[in-house]
Design a protein around this ligand. Structure first.
Ligand SMILES: Nc1ncnc2c1ncn2[C@@H]1O[C@H](COP(=O)(O)OP(=O)(O)OP(=O)(O)O)[C@@H](O)[C@H]1O
Ligand SMILES: [Mg+2]
Length: 278
């Protein structure tokens, strides 16, 4: 495909060598801020729900209007809650817990999930999985999320075209000169991406879709880079788009310890805020 773009040039974490990195400090602050907003928002939502219950059967036009407005406010409160949840999942992305993963099996799990809706949307799904692929060292939950985000984007892009829609998910190994790399590819023959879209698509909250949060690719890139991997785009307007995810086959990170004791590596970033409600 046309242009090739790597997602490696900016380092969101600032790259400092000692102490908490600038991005982590800021993430901690804004994470705490978002968390503080969530608590009163939950109280507002709960009270709106109670008001709705009391007005279930409006006795007159005034009560009916009141119920309509209460529902509208609750819809917006729920939307705000969703925005905060999305934001928190970005700034508090868990550190990878490394295990041996069958990448082909993971692809099958994800594509089985979305296959029924792809079929309804007239999208032909093809798997190009390399036989006998060695296991990958990665966090299966995070790679699952990466693939799901890319497949969902391809699916949504394909809804914009009238010709025969095709989505291909592939796996391979790049043994190259250096250390071996597992490659995951998601290709669609959708509308492709403009130069501006390619330049901005990893920015948090940048979206071209009416209901899109714009966090999908930001989170995807973060998960991939947290594995020491990289993400690339090959895209051409009116032809289609391919996302390539390259993950080191042998992770530089320590393996997850089954039955982890008190000294186990934390699941979250060292300075993540405890989500437990007081
Ligand atoms: N396969 C694709 N084909 C064309 N454009 C794409 C593709 N994947 C991503 N994009 C563009 O990149 C933008 C950012 O994608 P991203 O997944 O971050 O957010 P989103 O899909 O808009 O919203 P959400 O946060 O709900 O995923 C999209 O809005 C779209 O414009
Ligand atoms: Mg998306």
């Amino acid at each position: 495909m046309g242009q090739q773009h790597e997602g490696m040039e900016e380092h969101a974490d600032g790259g400092g060598s000692s102490g908490p990195r600038p991005f982590e400090r800021l993430a901690r602050l804004v994470g705490a801020f978002a968390h503080e907003i969530k608590n009163p928002l939950s109280t507002i939502a709960l009270n709106l729900r109670l008001m709705e219950e009391e007005l279930q059967e409006p006795a007159n036009a005034r009560e009916k209007r009141f119920l309509t407005r209460t529902r509208r406010v609750r819809g917006e409160v729920d939307r705000l809650h969703g925005i905060l949840e999305g934001f928190l999942s970005y700034v508090r992305a868990p550190l990878p817990k490394i295990e041996s993963v069958s990448l082909n099996q993971l692809v099958r799990n994800v594509t089985d999930l979305v296959a029924p809706e792809l079929e309804k949307e007239g999208i032909a799904l093809r798997l190009l999985l390399t036989e006998g692929l060695a296991d990958l060292e990665a966090d299966p939950r995070l790679v699952h999320q990466v693939l799901l985000n890319l497949v969902r984007n391809a699916e949504q892009a394909l809804l914009d075209v009238d010709h025969a829609r095709e989505l291909i998910v592939g796996t391979s190994i790049d043994a190259g000169d250096g250390p071996s790399v597992h490659v995951l590819s998601v290709t669609d023959n959708g509308p492709g991406m403009s130069e501006e879209t390619i330049a901005r698509c990893y920015e948090p909250y940048w979206s071209s879709k009416p209901g899109g949060s714009g966090l999908g690719l930001a989170i995807t890139k973060r998960f991939v880079e947290d594995h020491g991997g990289e993400i690339r785009i090959e895209s051409q307007p009116s032809v289609g788009t391919r996302f390539l995810v390259r993950l080191p086959s042998r992770s530089p990170l320590p393996h997850a310890v089954p039955d982890a004791g008190p000294d186990a590596r934390p699941d979250e970033r060292p300075d993540a805020i405890d989500e437990t409600e007081a």
